[in-house]
Design a binder for this molecule. Structure first.
Ligand code: AMP
Length: 283
């Protein structure tokens, strides 16, 4: 059985813990999370271990990326279980700062991502989200100074925003994308799936089914607009309130009209009961 990872809660303790890795010229990979870990997070850790000798997982439920009517207060927090999962996954260090450590008194500096962050997808429903994510992720990168940082394709717009930020600010690390881990019926694993009632849980596979069908049709050359409209109807029929279902350029997230306009990604966000789910697929 592997050793339980060390948990550090201040920036100075983090730097002290990482210094020996650097002194030994070991590569370091960072997996940023909000905790409530599941097999999706473990897939990120596994890929991190393939790339680097040392793996740091951050656990921080970032208050600034939640709006007042979102689930910051009720977001699942279970550090003890998370530590068990990370012990088995073979992680070296857990970076679990408090909000006061992350945002010291008088905090007044943030990152304002544009491009994919203003694509009109998640940003339409959560206008402050990507600024808050970019700021906290930039802080994590500067705190840990990793060689690699692992992000899930599950949060595709976030992956594009962070990749762009690293490029634009010349941050000295490589972003590695990891494929979405799913339940057997296609539901993308998410800490928020715990909010689903049994009846809602039975309805949710429609999202991935529609993504798969839409991707197959667009790949065959079907008109994007008609394919997407059919998907809208199917998702609404299953009892969802649909925030968006859209085909976009896979890198810039700009709107596209046909598969000839570039590599295509189809993205969806929909609400059922109290739960909001997002997912996406490559064409
Ligand atoms: P979160 O804790 O939800 O903020 O997610 C932390 C990281 O895990 C992000 O890079 C997510 O994209 C990634 N992630 C979450 N769910 C999955 C999943 N089902 N498959 C792969 N990666 C995931």
């Amino acid at each position: 059985m592997a050793n339980r990872p060390k948990v550090v809660r201040t920036v100075s303790a983090l730097r002290r813990a990482i210094a020996p890795f650097r002194a030994a010229d070991e590569r370091v990979a960072l997996v940023p999370t909000m905790g409530a870990l599941h097999a999706g997070h473990v897939a990120l850790v596994r890929e991190a271990r393939r790339r680097a000798r040392r793996v740091v997982v951050s656990i921080f439920v970032n208050p600034t990326q939640f709006t007042p009517n979102e689930d910051f207060g009720s977001y699942p927090r279970r550090l003890a279980t998370d530590l068990k999962i990370l012990t088995e996954a073979g992680v070296d260090l857990v970076w679990a700062p408090t909000a006061a450590v992350m945002y010291p008194e008088g905090f007044a500096t943030s990152i304002a991502p544009e491009g994919a962050a203003l694509a009109g997808l998640e940003d339409r429903f959560r206008p402050h989200f990507f600024g808050a994510v970019a700021t906290v992720v930039a802080k994590l990168f500067l705190q840990v100074a990793p060689d690699y940082a692992l992000f899930g394709e599950k949060d595709y717009q976030q992956l594009r925003v962070v990749t762009r930020m690293v490029r634009d600010l010349d941050l000295p690390l490589k972003i590695v994308a990891v494929k979405t881990i799913r339940e057997h019926d296609g539901l993308a694993l998410s800490s928020r799936n715990a909010y689903l009632s049994a009846a809602e849980r039975a309805a949710v596979p429609v999202l991935y089914r529609v993504l798969r069908q839409s991707a197959a049709q667009v790949r065959k050359g079907a008109p994007v607009a008609r394919t997407i409209a059919r998907g809208h109807a199917e998702i609404r029929r299953a009892g969802f309130a649909l925030d968006y279902l859209e085909a976009r350029h896979a890198l810039t997230l700009a709107p596209i009209r046909s598969r000839k306009d570039g590599p295509v990604r189809i993205l969806v966000a929909a609400r059922i009961g109290k739960t909001r789910l997002i997912d996406n697929i490559g064409v």
